[in-house]
Design a protein around this ligand. Structure first.
Ligand SMILES: C[S@@+](CC[C@H](N)C(=O)[O-])C[C@H]1O[C@@H](n2cnc3c(N)ncnc32)[C@H](O)[C@@H]1O
Length: 255
């Protein structure tokens, strides 16, 4: 067996066990891949949507440790929340509220069942709600937020969603975190383009503590995934927009 195969088998086994135990403990069912073709989706963006593949919850738990220790003022939003696995992980932390946005009616229905079962199994947790609809129509909540994306859609949709968030930030400059997850060797979808869009948002900077300090064990276990995190600069700073001049050189100005 090649060393890469050994690594892969360690990753798969560790992740599968963790997710199975999470589902059993909370009496939910978040596993399994679901393609979107036959699902009820009232959106012109259906063809740009990624199929349902749940995130590795344990990796997201590691990343949560890099958010501020007191999350009571933060709303957590999973954009493209599927069966709701990451909503339930977020619910183990003290967020102000947790919201999932999902455009496939069948996945939204499963996430509602999962939220109800999770609530029965865990008496104390933040309010969790699911919104059925397209992410581009989602109204950005006031106040501090953490946005989570598991590469849910193509670049044109990502662009619209990021415009909505930037407009909300312009209205109310505040602390916002972004978590963007994708599979490392994904092809034929817009993971790199979406990440680049995030990196071009001049009001965001990489969350250094996460991007620099992942330990070797996390890299070994989750080497198939790439998770990058971003944060707004200190609240109160106006958005700095980068523009290309006639000669193609990047220039910045305050809006
Ligand atoms: C890769 S799955 C991620 C599921 C979940 N966030 C997780 O990490 O476990 C992407 C999800 O985004 C949903 N989706 C794709 N395009 C969407 C859109 N325009 N609006 C809302 N949901 C969308 C899909 O139906 C799918 O459930």
């Amino acid at each position: 067996m090649m060393i890469e195969d050994v690594k892969l088998s360690i990753r798969h086994r560790a992740q599968r066990n963790y997710e199975r135990q999470f589902d059993e403990r909370n009496r939910v069912q978040t596993d399994g891949i679901v393609t979107l073709g036959r699902l009820t989706i009232e959106s012109p963006n259906k063809n740009m949507g990624s199929e349902y593949v749940p995130s590795p919850g344990r990796l997201i738990e590691h990343a949560f440790a890099h958010l501020p220790p007191d999350l009571r003022e933060y709303t957590f939003i999973d954009v493209g929340s599927g069966k709701g696995r990451i909503l339930l992980h977020a619910a183990l932390h003290d967020f102000k509220q947790i919201i999932g946005v999902e455009f496939a009616a069948e996945l939204h229905a499963i996430s509602k069942q999962n939220i109800a079962a999770f609530s029965a199994a865990n008496k104390h947790h933040p309010p969790i709600s699911g919104v059925l609809g397209d992410a581009i129509d989602f109204i950005i909540p006031d106040g501090k937020c953490v946005f989570f994306f598991y590469n849910p859609f193509g670049r044109p949709v990502m662009e619209r969603v990021l415009e909505n968030i930037a407009a909300s930030y312009r209205q109310e400059p505040r602390k916002i975190y972004f978590m963007f997850l994708s599979l490392k060797h994904e092809r034929g979808n817009d993971a790199d383009a979406n990440r680049e869009l995030l990196e071009r948002q001049a009001y965001l900077r990489p969350l250094k503590s996460w991007n620099a300090n992942r330990g070797a064990w996390i890299k070994l276990q989750f080497g198939s995934h790439k998770l990058t995190m971003y944060e707004t600069a200190d609240a109160g700073n106006p958005i700095k927009r980068r523009q290309r001049g006639a000669n193609g050189a990047a220039a910045s100005h305050l809006e």
